[in-house]
Design a binder for this molecule. Sequence first.
Ligand SMILES: Nc1ncnc2c1ncn2[C@@H]1O[C@H](COP(=O)(O)OP(=O)(O)OP(=O)(O)O)[C@@H](O)[C@H]1O
Ligand SMILES: [Mg+2]
Length: 280
Amino acid sequence: MPEPPGAAAPPDPPDRPELSELSELSELSELPELPEPPATSPALPALAVEDLVAGYGGVTALHGVSVSAPEGTVTAVLGANGAGKTTLLRAISGLVRVRRGRVLLHGADLTRRRPEETARAGVAHVPEGQGVITELTVEENLRLGALTRIDRAARAGALAQAYEQFPVLAARRRKAAGTLSGGERQMLVIARALLSRPRVLLLDEPSLGLAPKIITQVMGLVAQLRDSTGLTILLVEQNARAALAIANQGIVLHLGRVVEAGDPAALAADTGLLNHYLGL
Ligand SMILES: Nc1ncnc2c1ncn2[C@@H]1O[C@H](COP(=O)(O)OP(=O)(O)OP(=O)(O)O)[C@@H](O)[C@H]1O
Ligand SMILES: [Mg+2]
């Protein structure tokens, strides 16, 4: 059984005075009291999506999608442009209204919760596009991620743990995030999401815009995170082969429906399927 994130957090480093100009941001952490995250039950999948129907106004983007992600696994969510991959992540984290179906985190019903509630319950969502604040340093970007869910005392430990997991970021902690490469930015947004100590990580196309060698590195990192922390990861990718290479299971979405699901090696070997639904 892997240790939960933060179980072996190193000692807290001292507070960083140069961040004083960000102090007003700490007020963001004064969120209203939210229900405690549900207790973990090993018998239940970490994340279960049941018959989800969701969309935008008159557009239905998901037509009854089901996914079951066991704890400590990577599920590759594949599909062509417009298949509904992003909508699935957004519906899970409460950013798109769910019309039918359920989202369960270790059996606890998160359907139609507000985004801050799903985050608080342990779902971290890294949207497409490496959204870092380029003018702030790496460390300032990380500290912004630590504002929610965990208390002040836990933040420094979480930060130290992030640097342990991502040595590249530790080496660049005082550099402006705008100076990072695409791969490093992707690491920064993932590290930032992990500061809230999630149980489930939703990653939307982390390989987008990265060179093939860097994609392999980012995928290796995702696998390593799963293996070292027991995190459950939904990995949305157009880069099917790279995602399937590290996934425990895969699903293929097409026009808002799951058209194929199962063993990643079998999916990767099915050239007809990859060609038909993913254009590979
Ligand atoms: N804000 C929106 N308003 C209306 N329709 C939308 C909106 N966002 C997405 N859609 C539609 O919902 C469907 C699913 O889109 P979604 O973004 O989930 O696909 P995707 O699989 O993530 O595609 P991509 O690979 O291009 O990121 C598409 O038909 C899309 O046009
Ligand atoms: Mg998308």
